[in-house]
Ligand binder design. Structure first.
Ligand SMILES: Cc1cc2nc3c(=O)[nH]c(=O)nc-3n(C[C@H](O)[C@H](O)[C@H](O)COP(=O)(O)OP(=O)(O)OC[C@H]3O[C@@H](n4cnc5c(N)ncnc54)[C@H](O)[C@@H]3O)c2cc1C
Length: 439
């Protein structure tokens, strides 16, 4: 069986690894020169650093299993992290139970309710989201946590992550996020523990590439697939660089909006189904600073003057000793790629963000900045709207031999490296299962 995998992110690499391990003839196409997709890295100061921060939770089981299988479990590290909240001009510690008890923007009742509701959501069964899938996220949050908590914590978080899509977001997404992070503490009274891989996610990406090449798969980097050819009998192949190549099976792991533009010959009903899947873009500034900005790994923003989804001081999770004690900061802003701010030149973006950092830490000065980089991705976060499980696309498509993976299929779970490994494994099992039935 000749199999094409489109996309060399975590899902594509995992699918190619699993299929090549099973002895299949696999060819992987990645449009960028570097593998890894949203989890890829670039060189900075002689070392590689991830384009976007990646933390690991204690229950990221597909990732933890894969690290074990690849012999990388000794590279896994856990850190007790702290979380901050920048609210109306003041930086608060916000993450530990004691922080909540002293959090002055909340009344005593708000504090107790917030803590209890987090504990309750965490203790619910894994399918606890099903009954709220058709409830708008804002309605559910106000009902569960109260108006004040919603205004201070949740409303900014959702607005800054989903922008114009926020009103369409299902409560199930927020429920699953609280559930996942809640599981990163063994007891509610314990400090949050998050993980990272030594050398960053690149350690995993490189090991997957090495293994699949060893298994005989071929990998083409810097090659954009332009078209997936569909005939009445099923998928026939792909086109890239103006050339057609025949394949028995094609697996797309690119974002669904891109997949929709590549399909040639699919039914209007299927196209309509996949074209309604929305995804919001991200731009993210990475800074290498001489000094530490905050004591927190993650600072949520709840201040109308700042449009960042958070301030992530990555070196408070992974100390990256090779940067000589410098601080690595990520400043993500989510917005549709059609928004004019998405095209703001890098130097203007930096100027705007410097203003934010001066608010968050008044001691911050521009001469702390040693280096900076800006990353942009048009499709960074799928939008799981009300009732999403009824219209999300399946991994198996109606076209024989054509398969699709996309983070939106994880609904209500969020997109993570671990979940993309899960998608890659699942699609490989489906392909191998279909081959067995045929055989
Ligand atoms: C800002 C940010 C922060 C994140 N933080 C975390 C975190 O803390 N923890 C965590 O676990 N996860 C995190 N994630 C999520 C994680 O990075 C993703 O879930 C995961 O990397 C997605 O992998 P994927 O393979 O499914 O998709 P992608 O990474 O999107 O892979 C798709 C690949 O297809 C390629 N491609 C697209 N079009 C074509 C084409 N026409 N031809 C060939 N190739 C093509 C792309 O270049 C890309 O490499 C974060 C993501 C972002 C954006």
């Amino acid at each position: 069986m000749k199999i094409a995998v489109i996309g060399g992110g975590v899902a594509g690499l995992t699918a190619a690894y699993e299929l090549s391990k099973a002895g299949q003839d696999v060819v992987l196409f990645e449009k960028e020169k570097e593998l890894g997709g949203l989890a890829s890295s670039f060189p900075l100061g002689g070392h590689y650093i991830e384009r976007y921060y990646h933390f690991i939770c204690l229950n990221d089981s597909d990732l933890l299993d894969m690290l074990r299988e690849l012999g990388l479990d000794s590279r896994l590290r856990w850190t007790k992290t702290r979380m901050g909240l920048y609210h109306n001009g003041r930086l608060y510690s916000f993450g530990a139970p004691l922080d909540l008890l002293t959090f002055s923007p909340f009344s005593l009742v708000d504090r107790l309710r917030f803590g209890l509701m987090i504990m309750y959501t965490k203790s619910q069964r894994r399918d606890g989201w099903k009954s709220i899938e058709d409830v708008p996220v804002s309605q559910w949050l106000v009902r569960r946590f109260g108006q004040r908590s919603y205004k201070v914590i949740h409303e900014p978080l959702i607005r800054l992550k989903f922008g114009p899509y926020a009103a369409r977001l299902s409560a199930a997404w927020m429920w699953a996020r609280i559930h996942r992070l809640g599981k990163s503490r063994t007891k509610i009274t314990q400090q949050e523990k998050l993980g990272y891989i030594e050398g960053g996610t690149k350690t995993l990406i490189d090991a997957l590439e090495r293994q699949l090449l060893r298994n005989g798969a071929r990998v083409f980097k810097g090659v954009t697939v332009q078209e997936i050819e569909v005939r009445e009998t099923g998928v026939a192949g792909i086109s890239c660089n103006g050339q057609r190549q025949a394949f028995d099976v094609v697996i797309s792991t690119v974002p669904t909006p891109t997949f929709a533009t590549m399909l040639n010959g699919a039914s209007p009903e299927y196209l309509q189904k996949i074209e309604r899947i929305d995804s919001i873009g991200v731009m993210c500034v990475l800074l290498r600073l001489k000094e530490s900005l905050t004591p927190y790994f993650w600072t949520n923003i709840s201040d109308p003057a700042i449009s960042l989804a958070g301030v992530i001081e990555y070196t408070n999770l992974n100390p990256c000793p090779y940067f000589g004690g410098d601080s690595i900061i990520y400043l993500p802003q989510y917005l549709p790629s059609t928004d004019e701010r998405y095209a703001v030149p890098d130097d203007r973006l930096l100027e705007e963000y410097i203003g934010y950092l001066k608010r968050i830490n008044p001691a911050f000065s521009e001469d702390w900045i040693r280096e900076y980089r800006v990353s942009r991705d048009e499709y960074a976060q799928p939008v799981c709207e009300l009732g999403f499980s009824r219209h999300k696309p399946g991994i198996e498509t109606p076209i024989k031999g054509l398969y699709l993976t996309d983070s939106c299929q994880l609904h209500p779970d969020d997109r993570t490296v671990s979940n993309s490994i899960g998608l890659g494994k699942r699609v490989a099992q489906l392909v191998l299962g279909a081959e067995k039935v045929k055989g």
